[in-house]
Design a protein around this ligand. Structure first.
Ligand code: TMP
Length: 239
């Protein structure tokens, strides 16, 4: 497959066309942003970690019968994915209260939820990705009820699979963000799974091993990304 012109540059990745219309060529960058792009920086080698970690986690999910866009990893920073027609929603799955949910419900970070929470956000930078519900998504034509149902079921399946595997690495999966798209009418998991899009806490010490280290200026950002990838690699490759 040939890498052709760049179609889109996002905050963390570049998407290129290929000579096969069924696929995109993705390049992961070291650029980091937070708070809808207000905070900008670089996390050294983040692109390498996120590319490898996403490839690993998507492969694991596929082996467990979750349909994803992942096709193959090419090198440190690049991978091939199926060309999806993205649904303009971010699905946040939460197991433990943190971040914006701590503010919304007035609870301390660390409170264990009795069941997973699913939240939908309309993916729109100009509006700051506002929270919406399923009736908004249906009425606005972003997704059908059937597609929303698939997304919810897939998100819960991903949650079971990821929570278990991450626990074996001594990590708690606090919350994370998923994005879905359509390939010939089938709902598939797209985007990435990485310390950029998940909150990972060390089970024992509760140390943060994710992008919150960048968002909150906690230091040792690069080290946390490497740590979480190294621990998960050990577990996933032996799963
Ligand atoms: P939140 O607590 O800020 O709402 O974030 C919930 C989870 O979603 C957290 O793991 C970080 C992830 N996330 C993204 O991946 N992209 C985003 O734009 C936001 C706001 C959150």
């Amino acid at each position: 497959m040939k890498k052709l012109s760049m179609l889109y540059e996002g905050k963390a990745k570049k998407i290129f066309d290929t000579d096969d219309k069924s696929y995109f060529w993705v390049e992961y960058k070291d650029d980091a942003t937070a708070f809808n792009g207000l905070k900008k920086g670089t996390i050294l080698n983040k692109g390498i970690i996120n590319n490898k970690m996403s490839a690993m986690m998507f492969t694991y999910l596929q082996q467990n019968n979750v349909d994803t866009h992942f096709v193959e990893i090419l090198n440190d920073r690049e991978q091939i994915v199926k060309r999806l027609k993205m649904i303009p929603l971010e699905i946040v799955v939460r197991n433990i209260v943190a971040g914006s949910l701590a503010k919304r419900v007035g609870e301390d970070e660390g409170y264990k939820l009795t069941s997973p929470v699913l939240e939908f956000y309309f993916k729109n930078d100009d509006l700051g990705d506002p929270m919406v519900n399923e009736t908004h998504a249906q009425a606005m034509g972003w997704a059908t009820m059937e597609q929303l149902e698939s997304m919810k079921q897939m998100a819960l399946k991903v949650n079971e699979l990821l929570t278990q595997v991450v626990a074996k690495a001594g990590i708690q999966l606090v919350d994370y963000k998923l994005e879905f798209g359509l390939s010939e009418g089938t709902v598939m998991l797209g985007d990435e799974i990485s310390p950029d899009t998940c909150r990972f806490w060390d089970t024992e010490t509760k140390e943060k091993l994710d992008k919150d280290r960048f968002r909150r200026d906690l230091g040792k950002v690069e080290e946390a990304y490497v740590e979480v990838y190294t621990r998960l690699k050990e577990v996933v490759e032996n799963a």
